[in-house]
Write a protein that binds this ligand. Structure first.
Ligand SMILES: [Zn+2]
Ligand SMILES: [Zn+2]
Length: 348
C-alpha cells in the first residue's frame, strides 16, 4: 500500500510499504477514506520533536472496516468508523476513570513512533487499529467524511478546551489562536452561550473565517496589542475565560494578564516547553489553569449529533483536499500557510 513515511525534518515521502495485517485478535484493518494533517504533525515535520525514521505517520483519520480479528465484537467488515488519535483498552484504571490517553492496557498514539506505542499512522491507504472495540467509534449513516473526520482529534480537542473553560452564559471568552484548533474552539465556545468571543490571531484570512464560525471581535495581534485591546473591550474587567489553542508561552502569559479575578484559562496547545508562570499574579487573581491532551474517544459520540445537525460545521476549515500522493505538499502548505492554507485533508 501507499503510506506517508517520515524521513527527517521537512522530509516526508509517500512510499510503498507492506500492507498492515491482523496481528492480534482484537485488531481491525481499516481502509482509509479520509485523513488529515494535524498541527501536531508539524512538530516532527519541523524537527522540534524526534520521530523514528521510516515510521508511517498520521493520527487523524477515518475509514471502512476491511478485516476484523476474531476477538472483535462490535465491528464488522463494511462499517464506517472514525478513530480517535489514541488507542485505548477501555478496562485499565485510567480508561475507567475517563482518561483513555493515559491508557496502561496497551494504548498509545497513532503515527508518533515507538515512544508512543509504535502504532503506524493513517496518512495511508490502510491502517491496523489495535483494541478496536474500545478504540473506534461508528459513524452515523449518510454523513460526509469531511464533517466527521475531525471528531477523532481536533474538533473533540477544541470542544474539550471550551468545556474545560467552564464558559457560562454571558461570559467574555478570548480564544488565542486562529489555526484549526482556534477556529474550532471559537465555534465550540459559541455553544456555551457567551456574550462575546474575541479571537486573537495573526492572519486576516483566518480571522475572517473565525467571524463566520462564531467570533464577535477578531484581533490581529500583528497589528494591535491584544492584551490592551481585550482590556479596552471589557472596560478593564478582563476575560472570564481564555482558551489557549496554540501551545505558545506568550499566549499563556497574555491569557494570565487579561484574566479577570476568578477567571479560567483552558489550554490544549501542545506544550513541551517549560512555562514561566507569574505565580503571584496567578495567586492574587484566584485563577484556574486547566487543560491537556483531549480524551477524544469520550467526545466522538457526544459531538456526532452536533455535527449531524449542523450546529458544528468543522468542514469550514478545510482549505485543501489533496490526493494521498500529494501529502508532502500538504505538509508544506500547512507549515508555510501558503495559498491561505488552514487545514489539509488527504484522500487515498
Ligand atoms: Zn492531532
Ligand atoms: Zn486502558
Amino acid at each position: 500500500m501507499k503510506a506517508t513515511v517520515y524521513h527527517g525534518a521537512r522530509d516526508v515521502r509517500v512510499e510503498t510499504v507492506p500492507d498492515p495485517k491482523i496481528k492480534d485478535q482484537n485488531d481491525v484493518i481499516l481502509r482509509i477514506t479520509k485523513s488529515a494533517i494535524c498541527g501536531s504533525d508539524l512538530h516532527f515535520y519541523r524537527g522540534s520533536i524526534p520521530l523514528d525514521q521510516g515510521f508511517v505517520v498520521g493520527h487523524e483519520f477515518m475509514g471502512v472496516v476491511e478485516e476484523v480479528g476474531k476477538g472483535v465484537r462490535y465491528f464488522k467488515k463494511g462499517d464506517k468508523v472514525v478513530a480517535p488519535f489514541w488507542v485505548s483498552c477501555g478496562h485499565c484504571g485510567n480508561c475507567l476513570n475517563g482518561y483513555p490517553t493515559s491508557c496502561t492496557g496497551g494504548g498509545g498514539c497513532f503515527g508518533f513512533g515507538e515512544a508512543l506505542g509504535g502504532f503506524s499512522g493513517g496518512q495511508a491507504e490502510y491502517v491496523r487499529v489495535p483494541l478496536a472495540d474500545t478504540t473506534l467509534e461508528k459513524v452515523s449513516e449518510g454523513i460526509a467524511d469531511d464533517r466527521v473526520l475531525f471528531l477523532g482529534d481536533i474538533l473533540s480537542t477544541a470542544y474539550f478546551c471550551a468545556e474545560w473553560g467552564r464558559i457560562k452564559p454571558g461570559d467574555t471568552v478570548v480564544v488565542f489562536g486562529d489555526g484549526p484548533l482556534g477556529l474550532l474552539a471559537t465555534a465550540s465556545a459559541r455553544l456555551f452561550g457567551p456574550s462575546r468571543i474575541i479571537t486573537v490571531g495573526h492572519h486576516d484570512f483566518r480571522l475572517e473565517l473565525a467571524k463566520k464560525m462564531g467570533c464577535d471581535i477578531a484581533v490581529n495581534a500583528k497589528n494591535e496589542d491584544a492584551v490592551a485591546r481585550v482590556m479596552e473591550i471589557t472596560h478593564g474587567q478582563g476575560a472570564d475565560v481564555s482558551l489557549e489553542c496554540i501551545g505558545s508561552t506568550s499566549a499563556v502569559l497574555d491569557a494570565i494578564k487579561i484574566a479577570r479575578p476568578g477567571g479560567t484559562i483552558s489550554f490544549i496547545g501542545f506544550m513541551f516547553q517549560e512555562l514561566p508562570i507569574p505565580m503571584l499574579d496567578f495567586y492574587l487573581k484566584d485563577l484556574t489553569f486547566r487543560g491537556g491532551v483531549c480524551p477524544a474517544k469520550n467526545y466522538i459520540r457526544k459531538l456526532m449529533p452536533l455535527v449531524e445537525s449542523g450546529k458544528l460545521d468543522p468542514a469550514l476549515i478545510i482549505t485543501h483536499d489533496l490526493p494521498l500522493a500529494d501529502t508532502p505538499r500538504g505538509y508544506e502548505l500547512m507549515d508555510s500557510k501558503a495559498e491561505n492554507a488552514i487545514k489539509v485533508v488527504l484522500t487515498p
